[in-house]
Structure formats: C-alpha cells, structure tokens
Ligand binder design. Structure first.
Ligand code: FAD
Length: 511
C-alpha cells in the first residue's frame, strides 16, 4: 500500500520536541503537511475593544502567537519542511485541504476546551466519513483528564490532594530528535501565506506591545534552561513565599505562556524538574513545589474537562450561587486600573502592558473585584483576564477565578487580601507601583499605597493631586470588605440550607 499523505494541524502544541501528534503524522508518511490556520475571528483588530487587540485576545497575546509561529516555521525549515499558513474558519479550511491534498492521516493534539472539543469532533466526523485516519494524542497536559476521571469513578477529583493521589507519575516525554521530516506535498494551488506581522493584521498602535516575554519554542527552552541551571532555586521553590512585586526578575518561572501555546511540553518540564530533584539533597513538595505547580495545572484541566458549565456560575454544580452585584462603574475602574488603590491599579496595568503578573498579584485583584471589595461577578473578571493574559488558559483561568471568588475549591471568604498592606509587605518603597503607575513616581513611600492620605502640599510636590491626576479610592476597603463578608455569609447559608429552591429563587432572596 502507498504511504499516506499526512496532515499535522497545529493549534496549540507549537513545538517540535515531545510532540506525539507530529510523530504520528511523520511516521510512515510520504508527504507531511504542517498546517496552521489563521482564524480572523481570533486575530482581527476590534476597534470597539477596551484595549488594543481582537475581541478575543489582547495585542500582547496575538504578538506572542505570531512569534511562536515564526519560531515553529524556522524549526520545521531546519528539518526540510515548513509551516503552511492558511487563513479562514479552521473547520472550512480543514475540510477543503483534507480533500485537495489527498490526506490519508490527520493528526492534532487533543484539546480539552469546550470550544475546541466541539470543533474537533466535527472535523473528526468529516475526516472519518472520508476514510481518513485521525489521531489526537494527549500532550498538552501531563495526564489524560478522561483517564483520571475514569479512575475516580466517573467524576473529576475535586481536591488537589485526591487528584495527586490518583494521578501518579505522568508518561515520559518523547525523546526523539529529528534530522529530517517528510517533504510537504503538492499544495494544489493554495496560496502559501507567510506568517503575518502584527502590522499585516491591521494593528497600528504596535507600540502598545510592551510585553517583555517573547513567543516560541526556542525562547521556551532557553527560559527553561535558565530556570533549571539554578538547581538550588528549583529544589527550594515554595510558591507562597514568592514576591508578587518582583518585576525585573519575576519570582516564578514565567513559563506559563509557553505552556499555554505548547511551545514547551509539560511532560518535558516535569521530567527536567524531577531530574533536578534527583540530584538535590532535599526539595520542596506539592502543592507548593515547582513540580506541584504543574500538578495544579493538570488538576484544573481535569476538573474543567469533567464539569459541565465549568466557566459559568449558573448550571455549574461545583459553583456556589452568589448574588454578585451589577456595579458597572466599579467594574470599569477595576478593569482600567483606576480604583484609587495603587497596588490594585499597578497589577491591572501590568496585565494590560505585559499580559502577565505573579500569581499572588492575580490573587489580590481577583479577590478585590469579587468577594473582597467590589462584589462584582467573577465571570466579568475572568473575561478581562481571558482576553489580556498572554498565558490565558480556559481551564486554569476559570478554575482560579472560581477559587479566588470563593465560589468553589476554597471557601474561607473571611480571608481577604488588603489592597494596602499586602503589597507594602513585599515592597515597602513601592518600586513596583511606581514602575507601572508613573503618575505616582514622586509620591513619598509613606503614602505610596494610600496616596489619598498625603497632605495636599505633598501631593503638589509629587505632582499628583488625588481626584485630578489619580483617582480617590473607589470604595472604603474597611467598610466594603466587611459588607462583602456579610453578603458571602448570607449566600453560603442559602447555598447550604435551600437546596430545594431553584437558583433564581435563591438569588431573589439575597438581593
Ligand atoms: P510558576 O509558578 O513558575 O509555575 C509553573 C507552571 O505551573 C505555570 O507556568 C503554570 O502552567 C502552572 N501553574 C502555576 N500556578 C498555577 C495555578 N495556580 N493553577 C494552575 N496552574 C498553575 N495561569 C495560566 O497559565 N493561565 C491563566 O489564564 C491563569 N489565570 C489565573 C487567574 C487567576 C485569578 C489566578 C489567581 C491565577 C491564574 N493562573 C493562570 C495561575 C497562575 O497565576 C499562573 O499559572 C502563574 O502565575 C504563571 O506564572 P509562572 O509560569 O511563572 O508560574
């Protein structure tokens, strides 16, 4: 029998190392078509969006994706291949090329997100109806979430500890090194586009691309190497001890965007950490260790995969029903970094400029928006993160918003981050705030976290008049946090006591 033409459809998994879909596509194939489809829905500028980018993604993440594609193309070219770029609705494009390129084998990495599941199931059906073999291996996560759910009796484990107990050790990464990949075949008259720049996509304000983190497998592996070279740091890593205000050298690896796009294999990352542990006298343990962070990732993937409506409050069985308030002005102040609390506003500015912030910084602003101060729905905060983060990840983002809003996983709603003292503890001089909010750069450190307390003479000297150059606090934290605790207590009581009452009824009682 003639060897089949194979197509590897890249979506995430933008790498050559440890890429089972690529290996399945390569093996025994005559021609190999490595394809990425540019989806205008995801990429086209949306002038009505609140910050530069498309309706789905901020400009930093789009730039990160383009850089990752350039790097993948360059990696493929070194192996005698290249990345084929086409534009359009992925389902339509795939349907056409499967036929036109006489594909016999279609390979793509398994994706757990509901949007992707829906799309992938449709393409699988189309392919199979034409007699095309389809392979969709798991390699975006350490484990196969479906297997974990099956081992747990058909339900996702809902605590980290039970997840870890069931999961065991992940499969080893593939250690193949290629010299050559099969050539791409006849593209049947399709125009092979080059990878567009951000300008080509129609973005004009490209000076808005401020993120210091650049996409691609090469960058990911360099960053990983730098991390691993510091064996002592890896062995002693304890997440809660990191400094969220460290921005010149962040306190964690900043490998999340590379994991998000699959420029870095989580299994390879896991193996590398494990190897460091083998040479260390002592090392930290999950949940706080570096290896434990990767398990958190898989935990949220598994729960997200096995929980209907995981990304919503309503219809989500593991989410407490809470009557969040409609406070559009306060929400906008939070989103735009204008709450009047410099710690919160600096973090939201870092999000907009860099698309990345430390985990505890994310804690601070998520708590502030929801059950800490503003009592705004976690779904609204989730949407802002989803669009702006360069590591924006459906399962992890939703999981953490559920956590931080005390809607699921974590229920100690009385433990609220102070928007004043939490940042001060790490950065008493306010260097982080001054960097991201230059309007406060001359404010003396005594007032940097509470500039509204500065006497007018000091505000004048600092060229920052509160209420004119920088806003007054949007709420009084002491009062607002007290109110939030009371509301959460009432919501929790109803969630416990009135199981028989419908969601809408419950909400009415609390409004
Ligand atoms: P490191 O501490 O170096 O950890 C290594 C890797 O472990 C990370 O790259 C990440 O893949 C994983 N990881 C670390 N912490 C977590 C966690 N709490 N949950 C799941 N996986 C974790 N992370 C995302 O990747 N995408 C998101 O969209 C996202 N949204 C978040 C929203 C909120 C409200 C909060 C509180 C956290 C969110 N996180 C998200 C989790 C976490 O903040 C980031 O993964 C982490 O800060 C990334 O930085 P790092 O790579 O330096 O992490």
């Amino acid at each position: 029998m003639e060897p089949a033409n194979a197509l590897i459809w890249f979506r995430k998994g933008l790498r050559i190392h440890d890429n089972p879909a690529l290996e399945l596509a390569r093996r025994g194939s005559r021609y190999l078509f490595p394809l990425f489809v540019l989806d205008p829905y995801y990429l086209e500028p949306d002038p009505s969006a609140f910050s530069p980018g498309s309706s789905r993604a901020g400009i930093n993440r789009i730039q990160f994706l383009l850089e990752s594609l350039v790097d993948l193309d360059s990696g493929l070219r070194k192996l005698g291949s290249r990345l084929i770029i086409l534009k359009g609705d992925p389902l339509h494009v795939l349907t056409s090329v499967l036929k036109d390129w006489k594909i016999g084998k279609l390979c793509f990495e398994f994706d757990t997100e509901p949007y992707s599941q829906n799309r992938d199931n449709q393409i699988k059906e189309i392919a199979r109806a034409s007699g095309i073999e389809v392979f969709s291996p798991v390699s975006h996560t350490l484990f196969d979430p479906a297997e974990i759910i099956q081992k747990n009796g058909g339900k996702p484990p809902l605590t980290y500890q039970s997840f870890v107990a069931i999961a065991g050790k992940p499969p080893a990464p593939l250690s193949l090194v290629y010299n050559q990949l099969p050539a791409i075949g006849d593209v049947a008259g399709y125009e092979l586009l080059s990878i567009p720049s951000i300008y080509d996509l129609g973005y004009k304000d490209v000076e808005q691309v401020f993120s210091p983190f650049h996409g691609g497998e090469t960058e990911a592996l360099n960053r990983l190497k730098e991390t691993l070279d510091n064996k002592d740091w890896v062995a002693k890593f304890e997440k809660p001890k990191g400094d969220p205000s460290a921005f010149i050298k962040p306190a964690t690896t900043v490998l999340s965007p590379y994991l998000k796009f699959g420029c870095l294999s989580p299994r390879y990352f896991f193996q590398c950490i494990d190897n460091v542990y083998k040479t260390a006298k002592k090392h930290t343990q999950p949940p706080v260790s570096l290896l434990g962070q990767l398990l958190w990732r898989d935990f949220f993937y598994t729960v997200g995969f096995g929980t209907p409506n995981f990304d919503k409050m309503q219809g989500n069985k593991i989410c407490k029903q809470i009557p969040w308030q409609e406070e559009e002005q306060q929400f906008l102040a939070w989103r735009d970094g204008m709450t009047g609390y410099p710690w919160i506003d600096a973090i939201m500015t870092q999000l907009k400029k860099w698309g990345w912030m430390h985990h505890l910084a994310r804690h601070s602003v998520a708590c502030f928006l929801t059950r800490g101060d503003l009592f705004v729905h976690w779904e609204k905060g989730r949407d802002v993160f989803e669009r702006l983060l360069i590591d924006s990840d459906w399962a992890i983002n939703n999981g953490n918003w559920l956590w931080l809003s005390c809607s699921s996983f974590f229920y100690q709603y009385h433990r609220i981050y102070s928007p004043i003292s939490f940042g001060k503890k790490y950065d008493p001089n306010g260097n982080y705030v001054k960097h991201f909010l230059p309007v406060l750069k001359d404010m003396p450190k005594e007032y940097i976290y509470e500039p509204w307390l500065a006497p007018l003479s000091i505000q004048r000297r600092a060229k920052c008049i509160i209420g004119i150059d920088y806003p007054h606090p949007v709420v009084n934290h002491d009062l607002a946090s007290k109110q939030c605790r009371t509301r959460m207590a009432a919501a929790y009581a109803l969630n416990l006591s009135s199981e028989s009452i419908g969601v809408e009824e419950k909400m009415k009682m609390l409004r």
